[in-house]
Design a protein around this ligand. Structure first.
Ligand code: NDP
Length: 324
């Protein structure tokens, strides 16, 4: 049987993770990596191609993993590539998902392709588990705890403050609240009540540290309203202690089926590398996108629309053995 031929667009953290993930799946073959930059090569040795040339690979790629950033790359690259390839992306600007879905749906439908959007872990596997919890326990409450992990958006926001050379922000769940929810107790669910933020900052020589600290702690939308600690570290300590991109978290649904009969549904992730894991989710959904496309489907899909059986290489008959 022929392998599923995969392309990767964007060679940042997620793109590099995708290269690793695809190579772990024996039913897949990585064809090329596409980048806006002229890359000197790829880790796995597959060709690095300029993104402008991607359309020429129309007949050589069964599914394209879109690994650009959500803020500006995907809104532009997504519809363009969805009109040529089956695609999978991890678009995570939550408020803009409906607009992005419409743009991807139109592009994919007109090309007869499948565009799977907002795949990853949040949005992604966490969304799916919230859906399952809510369906099974209609009388209940959702809780999501993120971390401990690096938030790239918050780290970027700190790096934009004058006097900051480098920075990393960890989102940290309040453990006592997490344990209370796990034990079936009521707890607040607002993110700023259930999480704190830890910032590690390398300052420029001579920078006013007190000013940087207050600029972080009062930054609207990002830090204001959160318990935020700022720790200044040397460049050497930053490299040694804060080079990784770990993340994860826990989704809970707690509810009662009759008075006094409570249940707790829990799904948790502890990820040593957010991009490598997210890319692994994209890769599984690339298989599903390819299969849907082979069945004649076209248009945009979210994680809610994709049958789980399409995620594994086995046939439905083989998969039924997992039920035994
Ligand atoms: P990066 O900033 O590492 O990469 C984004 C793009 O920037 C790349 O595709 C690449 O495009 C370009 N780029 C990367 N490195 C460089 C460089 N050194 N110089 C110039 N350009 C560069 O972002 P991530 O890969 O970490 O994350 C991508 C997106 O994944 C995030 O925006 C986020 O939305 C999403 N994500 C979603 C998750 C989910 O659960 N849904 C979880 C984690 C991430 P090019 O090669 O074309 O230049």
């Amino acid at each position: 049987q022929q392998k599923i031929r995969i392309g990767i667009t964007g060679y940042g953290n997620l793109g590099k993770g995708a290269e690793i993930a695809v190579n772990q799946n024996p039913d897949m073959e990585l064809v090329a990596v596409f980048s806006r930059r002229k890359l000197s090569g790829t880790k796995s040795g597959v060709p690095a191609i300029l993104l402008d040339e991607a359309e020429k690979y129309r007949d050589q790629i069964d599914a394209m993993l879109l690994c650009g950033g959500s803020a500006t790359d995907l809104v532009e690259q997504g519809p363009r590539l969805a009109s040529v390839f089956n695609t999978v992306d991890s678009f995570d600007t939550h408020a803009k998902i409906p607009d992005y879905f419409s743009a991807m749906d139109a592009a994919a439908k007109s090309a007869g392709k499948v565009a799977t959007i907002s795949i990853g872990w949040d949005p992604g596997l966490f969304s799916l588990n919230r859906l399952l919890g809510g369906a099974v326990l209609p009388h209940g409450k959702d809780y999501t705890f993120w971390g401990k992990g690096v938030s790239q958006g918050h780290s970027d926001a700190i790096r934009r403050i004058p006097g900051v050379k480098d920075a990393k922000q960890y989102t940290v769940p309040k453990q006592e609240m997490l344990e209370a929810v796990r034990a079936g107790q009521e707890a607040p669910s607002a993110a700023n009540e259930t999480h704190s933020r830890e910032c590690y900052v390398v300052a420029e020589q001579g920078a006013d540290l007190a000013l940087i600290e207050s600029a972080i702690q009062t930054m609207p939308h990002y830090f204001a309203g959160y318990e935020t600690t700022v720790t200044f570290v040397s460049e050497a300590e930053f490299q040694a202690q804060h080079a990784g991109i770990p993340h994860g978290g826990v989704v809970f649904r707690t509810g009662q089926t009759s008075p006094g009969v409570g249940h707790v549904v829990e799904f948790s992730l502890a990820l040593a590398s957010n991009p490598e894991f997210t890319a692994s989710v994209l890769t599984a959904y690339a298989r599903a996108a390819y299969r849907l496309s082979r069945q004649g489907a076209a248009g945009a899909y979210t994680i809610f629309d994709i049958p789980p059986g399409h995620l594994l290489p086995q046939s439905p008959e083989e998969l039924r053995k997992l039920l035994l």
